[in-house]
Design a protein. Sequence first.
Length: 427
Amino acid sequence: MKITKANGKAEYALIENLKKRAGEADQKIVDIVSTIIRNVKENGDDAVREYTVRFDGSVPKKTVITKEELQSYLDMVDDDFKSAIIKAKDNIYDFHLRQAQQSWMTTKENGVIMGQRVRGLHRVGIYVPGGTAAYPSSVLMNAVPAKIAGVKEIIMVTPPGKDGNPNPNIMAAAAVAGVDKVFMVGGAQAVAALAYGTERIPKVDKIVGPGNIFVATAKKLLYGIVDIDMVAGPSEILIVADKTADPSFLAADLMSQAEHDKLASAILLTTSADLARATLHEIDKQIKDLERQNIIEESLENYGEIIVCESLEQAISFANELAPEHLELCVSEPLKYIGKVDNAGSVFLGNFSPEPLGDYFAGPNHVLPTSGTARFFSPLGVDSFVKKSSFIYYTPQELSKAKDDIITLAESEGLTAHANSISVRFK
């Protein structure tokens, strides 16, 4: 992990390097996933079963877990884990409850009525990875906002373990979050089944949740048939720090994201060259005790960097250009700068608000825009699971007052049938 002095060029070369990670999926993967999708669309459960045997080794004895059966998994997990996910769920619920919008209607004195209906989607599918990427926290982050939004049914799909059984921690999280039904199937075939529906797996309106390149490609290809949350790229953290920051904290936080993936990026912007060197020393010291040392080392070498800036203002300006997934402000007065941050998925203020606090417990969602898309995308939230429709009521008298303007606008666009729809009412 190198140290670079900001000069108006070097730091922006870093952005170009990071963009290389977010390229299009390999055409071979697109072809494979397209074949899977087409097969599932045409052959339903038979195709899903075929791919489950091919990719997972066998079809699990229990392929469906009901809402009632999920409750039994709360007795199978460690008491400390159960307590932790219940507390986390409560925090997530409390935060997202404040995002909920109400339907509204306004009545004018002239009798015109207008308004907007806000209601939850009918059915949502949550994809949850298995194996080493089994994250119970993601179950909470996806299901809780959906519940608050008023989604009528939440269907979860997740691949079985090597022994054919579900991951107990994931099932316990699903029970706490209020998931309605779980199907033991994974991969692109699970995404296709949710998008088109099969005899067993119901069709959903939206698919959310992380997955490997095959899952991400399937979601991307099926967008339009079904809604999706986002096409997520590798994880990112950007830390802005002044001389008051603790280098041991900074090193730990950088590595907390680097351990996700060899393509993850971890960047530190600081006004102190001494802090930059001390942070590198701390990385060398702490990394020896971490299980994913090899992943962290490769991530930091290829996509990690420490940039020494002339001022915090310069650092914030660069942060806005990068639009990171996670942004930590490890400075003496973090609240002074929050108003200057325009582009970031989630912002962590001060030395005792590390990124894992947001990943697991505080309440804000950890499903965040990556690869610079925080410039125009928002975190997953209650709004992600609702649909809105407007309604209009005009009296004959008020439409008569507006008719000439409407006809003028319609005719200016060459849409005479639109104009006729208005004029026919007043002949």
